[in-house]
Design a protein around this ligand. Sequence first.
Ligand code: 5GP
Ligand code: ZN
Length: 114
Amino acid sequence: MADCLFCKIARKEIPADVLYEDRLVLAFSDINPQAPVHVLIIPKAHHETLNDVSAEEQQLLGHMVLVATKMAGEKGLKEKGYRLVANCLASAGQSVFHVHFHLLGGRTFTWPPG
Ligand code: 5GP
Ligand code: ZN
C-alpha cells in the first residue's frame, strides 16, 4: 500500500524507533505514547483492520502476540502487568488503517476503557 503510514514505516521510508523486527512483523515506539511503555506491533503485510485478516493468517496473529509478550519482557512488564489492545475501526479508536497491537505498560489502567 503506497500511501499507508505503517507500510512506509515497515519499508523504512519513514523513521521509527524500531525495537524488534523479523520477516513478518515490526515493533516500534508509538510517537504519542499513552503510557510510559507504548509499543506498536505491526505485520509487515498490509491489512486494514483485524476484520481483514483471514484464517490462513492465524499464525501471523499468534506471532504478533508472542512478539508483544517478548517486548513486555524486555520492558520489564512481565511481573508488573501490561495491556495489549487492538482498535478495530474508527468507533473503537482506530486512526491508522494498518493492523496493529498496542502494548501499554508502566502505569495502572482502568476498566472499562474510555
Ligand atoms: P490507532 O489509533 O489506529 O489504534 O493507533 C495508531 C497509533 O499510531 C497511535 O497511537 C499514534 O500515536 C501512532 N502513530 C501515528 N503516527 C505515527 C508515526 O508516524 N510514528 C509512530 N511511531 N507512531 C505513530
Ligand atoms: Zn499498510
